[in-house]
Design a protein around this ligand. Structure first.
Ligand code: GLN
Length: 487
């Protein structure tokens, strides 16, 4: 595992599984005893959980893979970390990421002061991308250095690395899991998600970390959670769902992009055929705003980021750059110039521009309107009404599906060596399959579907393609149920 650390750089701290086991020896023994006596605190009692390094822990620094937060120690832990600990879980370490969660478009966990994360898979001997921005968490799971890991997903950062590394990656409905102590990238999109080797492991972690948190103003109230559950149960009983329901599965036309690799399209077809064979029905539908979703995301996410990151000025937060000459503005500029990476600077500039008086109407306001259209598309597609929106008597478009099933990424993981040559705009366009669910706040799970290795590829080539299961807001349990059916 020492070697795994060196090769893959999944962890920021600590260096090896041996060291972690040593550190937690007593706690692991105590958890074993509880298990022997049938007194486990939870299904994840005694499990090692790795934490993405933009989620605050008190024992380790929280760097967000940024020089500006190098060595930063949070005075308090994130609510999710506290919840894990109270459930008996142990922290395996902090995992590497793209700086502040911002990968260049299709993130690859390469934009980090700790160095690039590499996939466990290779192609023709070349290193492949682990995906990002939660690439360290994905590799920590893939190499067995933890039982599960937390990541954050703003536009796909849990689902994409899961798809590239053969893990399950789950992004909850917005507001289900507390963001308190999670360093904000784009507040209205940020979620804490889970990476694990199978859907039941991921579900066990989700069951522990979910719940209302008074510290997070966007956390869903307990009474609202009860209302959502009742709404969903009512609908399911109307449909006569027993333990083995027949599902209406939606396949959005717009996700069948030109850029989809043949192996990805084939795997999509195979899984749909498999589900059909199990008695579920497939319905082609249209989500017309999908094409605009990506542009809207890359206006909204940088806009929120530019505001969130303004506090790292070397005075309120962040490592101040040396040198005393000049005004406060010179100090801020020097600090931010030295402390923030190239991609983060690009986002701050984009966001500051789209929020400026000259551009806000044409960019930010338009993007908010597109976001609404994306939400409406999904609401028209799902049979279940959005539990938090006033029910309009909408004309049924005939789809009325229970879940939507699409690929998570358009391709298998690319070679790391090919990334430096690609241009940012092209790179941004690769998030097209994950961003719509983020804009609509929907639960979404990337499931690894096995493939037979393409002819001529080595034993260490990718073994699966990630498929994304989406459900209506609040129906997080359904995406786990469906994953379980096909796993
Ligand atoms: N690649 C997207 C971005 O950089 C998604 C990142 C994320 O979900 N944190 O904005």
């Amino acid at each position: 595992n020492q070697q795994a650390y060196k090769l893959l750089n999944a962890f920021v701290t600590p260096p090896s599984l041996g060291a972690v086991l040593q550190q937690h020896k007593q706690d692991l023994q105590a958890a074993d005893e509880r298990r022997n006596q049938g007194l486990e605190k939870s299904p994840i009692d005694g499990q090692l959980i790795a934490i993405k390094d933009n989620i605050c822990t008190t024992e380790q620094p929280t760097t967000c893979a940024s020089a500006i937060l190098g060595g930063f120690h949070s005075p308090f832990p994130a609510t999710v970390v506290e919840k894990l600990k109270s459930a008996g879980a142990l922290i395996a370490g902090k995992t590497n990421l793209d700086e502040f969660g911002m990968g260049r478009g299709r993130s690859h966990s390469t934009k980090s002061i700790h160095g690039a994360v590499k996939n466990i898979y290779k192609q023709e001997g070349d290193d492949l991308s682990a995906g990002g921005s939660s690439g360290g968490s994905a590799i920590a799971v893939a190499t067995g250095q933890c039982d599960a890991a937390l990541g954050t997903d703003t536009g796909g950062s849990v689902r994409l690395p899961a798809a590239y590394t053969g893990a399950v990656g789950f992004k909850p409905s917005y507001g289900m899991v507390s963001r308190w102590g999670v360093v904000a990238y784009a507040n209205s999109l940020d979620t804490v998600g889970v990476l694990a080797r199978n859907s039941s492991d991921a579900r066990n972690v989700f069951d522990v970390i979910k719940g209302y948190d008074p510290h997070d103003p966007t956390s869903i109230l307990e009474s609202t959670r009860v209302r959502i559950t009742e709404h969903i149960l009512k609908r399911k009983s109307e449909l006569g769902w027993g333990s083995a329901p027949t599902l209406r599965i939606g396949v959005p036309r717009e996700y069948n992009t030109e850029e989809l690799q043949p192996i990805v399209r084939r795997t999509w077809q195979n899984i749909l055929r498999q589900l059909q064979g199990m008695g579920h029905s497939i319905h082609i539908l249209s989500l017309p705003a999908t094409k605009m979703a990506l542009s809207a995301y890359y206006v909204l996410a940088p806009a929120e980021a530019s505001s969130n990151l303004a506090k790292y000025d070397g005075v309120r937060y962040g490592n101040r750059s040396s040198g005393r000459e000049g005004s406060a503005n010179v100090l801020y500029a020097r600090t931010r110039g030295a402390g923030l990476g190239e991609e983060v600077k690009r986002r701050v500039l984009l966001g500051s521009y789209s929020l400026s008086a000259a551009a806000i109407d044409n960019y930010f306001i338009q993007a908010q309107k597109v976001r609404r259209l994306v939400q409406e598309d999904f609401n028209n597609a799902f049979a279940l009404q959005h539990p938090l929106l006033k029910s309009k008597s909408k004309p049924s478009r005939g789809a009325d599906v229970d879940i939507i099933l699409t690929p998570t990424a358009q391709s298998l993981p690319p070679k790391l060596s090919s990334l430096s040559r690609s241009d940012p705009v092209q790179e941004y366009s690769a998030d097209v399959l994950t961003v719509p669910a983020s804009l609509a706040g929907l639960p979404s799970l990337s499931l690894p579907v096995p493939i037979s290795s393409p002819a001529g590829s080595g034993a260490d080539s990718p073994k699966s393609v990630g498929m994304q299961i989406l459900a209506q807001f609040g129906d997080d349990d359904l995406v786990f149920d469906v994953a379980r059916m096909v796993e």
